[in-house]
Design a binder for this molecule. Structure first.
Ligand code: B12
Ligand code: SF4
Length: 466
């Protein structure tokens, strides 16, 4: 259907709005704001294959809410993938859409719908709210929303092998000349993990652990991992079309399922058009459980950026977080990577680095716990620290508890988790800012070997939004 509304040409009457902070695709504050949304990519690909065409733009391509409002004119349906961290933009966009299109319909899905249904139900503008996965629900829902109740339980694929390859040209484009030059659309920009163009991939969706700060297991039903062959086929195809420089495997937990990992070691170096370096995540306890597998992946498959949710350097806090990893697991993993890195450097190869996820300002954390965490971070020889203050997300055990106790400072206008936002009542954020500014270096350095004392790994600019 082709219709004209004012000066702008609207191809479809259905709009998919990509969510994020204003300006993130114009003049982004950092690299991670520019990653594309696989939920949007997957569901739009499915819709388009079924002949349900959608227009799309992103709040990230706009620099003011007036601009967002203006672009919404003339649509009768709005679709959004709402995550907790995009909830404020979804909320605001829904209000603007109804202002512009009072008889329009808003269809939402995404993890916030699953973990914080009450919040979304309270907003009248959200006409339909789909919880859970949407692969098998999206087409019928968008074709005929009125045939559905307000809250829908979505149905997903049984295995990720059923997913079509995402048509990446359905993702939003960078919206400024400056950004366009280095973005590599429809692939993604370099962010310091490996050369561009970057291809982001998902090989698995489910993490079986239950850390209390994470809500992963509360919304994704069990789902088969994408087969090694299909992952490699997709990378090869992307390389033929666009030229891949490196890969980011966005799985919450890549280093699980040894059978899959062994097949990856066997096939990736042989079948991939190039041995692209990649970023992927592991846990310290599984590294300790399968150190040979870990080492083989690094040496043979070019796993160069190893993301580990160390979170804390204190057993007390790790227990509070139900992390099921210990200080000893963490130090085992750090020593192992330090050793592999030294060895590869001796061979003239590039040493792998940690992308080290660290949380500070966790309720119940003592100053000594925090010193131990920073000490652990300093002990990593090659590291990109990703530090943030703990955020009480709904759907996670600890998040739900703090929300119920009225201690969460996250609101629908500002769910925001800029890493240094104050997110929980009663936490001494001033102390943490001073800690990051180096005021407690003497305490932190106690017990650290001489070699590490001069290391300046962690500072306030280490706070990352990813
Ligand atoms: C990749 C990823 C990122 C990437 C890219 C994010 C992006 N632009 O997409 C990066 C590294 C940037 C990132 C960062 C963060 N992330 Co993140 N991330 C993920 C991860 C691992 C995968 C997301 C994904 O692609 N999933 C696969 C797609 C297919 O799933 P999906 O989008 O949910 O869509 C499905 C359904 O939700 C549904 N659906 C979606 N939309 C719609 C719409 C309709 C109409 C329907 C019917 C259905 C439907 O159908 C889809 C198919 O099943 C998830 C965990 C996970 N396994 O999902 C965490 C996750 C989304 N991230 C999370 C968090 C907390 C963050 C950070 C805030 C971390 C931090 N402390 O700073 C930052 C914030 C980023 C920012 N810039 O603002 C949380 C979100 C919690 C929540 N309640 O929303 C998650 C769930 C991880 C976790 N378990 O805690 N993240
Ligand atoms: S924090 Fe990581 S390991 Fe823990 S449940 Fe979430 S994704 Fe899994």
């Amino acid at each position: 259907m082709m219709r004209l509304f004012g000066p702008r040409q609207v191809k479809s009457h259905i709009l998919w709005l990509d969510l994020g902070d204003l300006g993130d695709l114009v003049n982004p504050a950092g690299p991670h704001e520019q990653w594309q949304d696989h939920g949007l990519g997957l569901l739009r690909t499915i819709l388009h294959r079924e002949g349900v065409l959608t227009d799309m733009f992103s709040t990230r391509q706009c620099t003011s809410w007036d601009q967002v409002r203006g672009k919404m004119a003339g649509y009768d349906t709005l679709i959004m993938n709402v995550r907790s961290y995009t909830y404020p933009s979804a909320y605001r966009s829904a209000k603007l859409f109804k202002e512009m299109n009072p008889h329009g319909t808003i269809i939402t899905g995404g993890m916030h719908a699953t973990v914080a249904l009450d919040e979304m139900l309270a907003v009248g503008e959200f006409d339909y709210i789909c919880q859970g996965p949407g692969e098998k629900t999206i087409v019928e829902l968008v074709k005929d929303p009125q045939a559905h109740p307000r809250v829908i339980l979505g149905e997903g694929a049984r295995s990720m092998d059923e997913w079509p390859m995402i048509d990446r040209t359905l993702w939003p484009k960078p919206a400024s000349y400056k950004l366009r030059r280095k973005f590599n659309w429809p692939l993604e920009p370099e962010c310091g993990w490996g050369p561009g163009p970057v291809a982001t991939m998902l090989t698995s969706r489910v993490c079986p652990w239950q850390c209390v700060f994470c809500n992963e297991s509360s919304y994704i039903p069990n789902m088969g991992r994408r087969s090694v062959d299909l992952v490699i086929d997709e990378l090869n195809l992307l390389d033929e079309k666009y030229g891949v420089g490196s890969v980011v495997i966005h799985d919450s937990m890549f280093f699980q399922n040894p059978t899959w990992l062994k097949e990856w070691i066997e096939k990736y170096p042989r079948r991939a058009r190039k041995l692209w370096p990649y970023w992927a995540a592991a846990r310290a306890d599984t590294v300790r459980q399968w150190p040979d597998l870990f080492e083989a992946l690094i040496r043979e498959t070019n796993w160069t950026t190893i993301s580990i949710g160390f979170e804390s350097g204190s057993d007390r806090v790790l227990r509070l977080l139900n992390k099921e990893c210990t200080e000893e697991d963490n130090y085992f993993t750090i020593d192992l990577l330090n050793r592999i890195g030294d060895d590869l450097e001796r061979q003239g190869r590039k040493a792998p680095v940690f992308w080290s996820n660290i949380m500070l300002a966790i309720p119940g954390e003592t100053r000594e716990d925090a010193f131990k965490t920073v000490r652990m971070l300093k002990y990593m020889r090659r590291v990109m620290p990703s530090v943030s203050f703990y955020a009480p997300y709904p759907g996670s055990a600890l998040g739900n508890q703090l929300i119920a106790e009225g201690k969460s400072l996250m609101t629908k206008e500002n769910y925001h988790r800029f890493p240094d936002d104050e997110k929980v009542k009663g936490v001494d954020y001033a102390f943490y800012r001073e800690l990051l500014a180096g005021k407690y270096d003497a305490e932190v350095n106690k017990g650290l070997p001489e070699l590490y004392l001069r290391r300046d790994t962690i500072r306030s600019d280490a706070l990352t939004k990813a």
